[in-house]
Design a binder for this molecule. Structure first.
Ligand code: HEM
Length: 325
């Protein structure tokens, strides 16, 4: 088949999978922006894109794209090196300044893959993978001694981005991604035959702009998440807290459904959910405590008032009952 046997076919596969990955990365970047402007909506999307049938198919498709893109990258690079030595590209209508990334596509790709491995371990493995593999709070990720619901994306952002080294590692990954994408983007057009001398510089401009906006946004997001995480924003925000409560309650309802409510197992489960819930809802907890305290004080005042009235009534009765001589 020409897609695997010819060099043009293999480049076509690279271009096609690359284009799909660019679309995914653009979508992912837009999704992350939601976490900044409307964090509770972001969690709702995380829940929607969680472990349902469509999301699983999409994730598998995405994984296949990455795997094919990577395997073909190695294959093409090895073949190009064998065939041409250092001069690996046949097309010469290459704009100035792209040589460096063009010659280092494989290395840049490896840095991007290393970033991706770290990133998937930090998020996907604790979110979607946990949703697929575990139906109990026992299997959830532990953060600061408490269990995190796999759908609470903002709590994972809180944990991951509160560490400065993560921001540095991500920025390194983003730089590699920028070089990798700026080169890959326009060479993708070349690969599908759109390689006129007039169009290549224009495509290069488009690819530079697109990549700079997307990768730049990723970098800004990482810094914003870091700043927000320093203030524990994703734990103290009231809207998010309400959402975490709902999430804990929903998961608890599903998990406890077929349990004997009086059993030891159910009691342990209640305790586990309660403890984790309290950890991630400090404001709601503090408000409930303040409300309880205010109620107790009001009761105390009412009781004291009542006792005062009783004493006054008693005194009045005693005065009236005094014998009249
Ligand atoms: C500030 C930067 C980023 C943040 C905050 C972020 C956040 C996330 C989160 C929360 C998830 C888990 C979604 C879920 O499982 O429900 C995720 C998944 C993923 N991310 Fe990112 N991401 C960032 C950058 C990137 C970049 C630059 C790439 C690619 C080069 C990338 C590739 C992926 C992939 C492949 C997945 C798995 C997709 C899936 O579950 O279907 N991410 N990301």
């Amino acid at each position: 088949m020409w897609l695997t046997s010819s060099s043009v076919g293999r480049k076509f596969i690279m271009a096609l999978t690359g284009a799909a990955l660019v679309l995914f990365i653009t979508f992912h970047c837009v999704m992350n922006s939601v976490a900044i402007f409307w964090p509770s909506a972001y969690n709702a999307i995380c829940e929607f894109l969680g472990a349902n049938w469509y999301a699983l198919v999409a994730t598998m498709g995405l994984a296949a794209l990455f795997v094919i893109h990577i395997i073909y990258a190695f294959w093409l690079t090895i073949q190009n090196r064998k065939a041409r030595g250092a001069d690996r590209y046949a097309v010469t209508a290459r704009p100035k300044g792209v040589e460096w990334s063009s010659q280092n596509m494989l290395v840049l790709g490896i840095v991007v893959v290393a970033f991706l491995a770290l990133h998937l371990y930090q998020f996907w493995a604790k979110m979607q993978l946990v949703e697929i593999t575990s139906h109990s709070i026992e299997g959830w990720h532990q953060y600061d001694g408490a269990s995190v619901p796999p759908t609470a994306g903002t709590l994972f952002i809180q944990e991951v981005f509160s560490q400065w080294w993560v921001v540095v590692a991500y920025l390194v990954g983003f730089i590699a991604l920028w070089f990798h994408m700026t080169h890959g983007f326009w060479s993708m057009f070349q690969s599908i035959g759109w390689d006129s001398t007039a169009w290549i510089p224009r495509l290069k401009k488009i690819s530079d702009w697109w990549t700079t906006i997307v990768v730049g946004l990723f970098a800004i997001q990482a810094v914003v998440f870091y700043v927000q995480a320093q203030d524990s924003f994703y734990i103290n925000d009231k809207d998010l807290e309400k959402q975490y409560i709902e999430s804990f309650q929903e998961h608890f309802k599903t998990e406890a459904e077929n349990m004997d409510q009086m059993s030891q197992e159910a009691q342990t489960l209640v305790q586990k959910y309660q403890e984790s819930l309290e950890k991630f809802t400090p404001t709601v907890k503090a408000e409930a405590e303040a409300q309880q305290k205010a109620q107790q004080e009001a009761q105390q005042r009412a009781y004291e008032e009542y006792m005062k009235q009783q004493a006054a009534a008693q005194a009045a009765t005693e005065t009236n009952e005094e014998p009249q001589n």
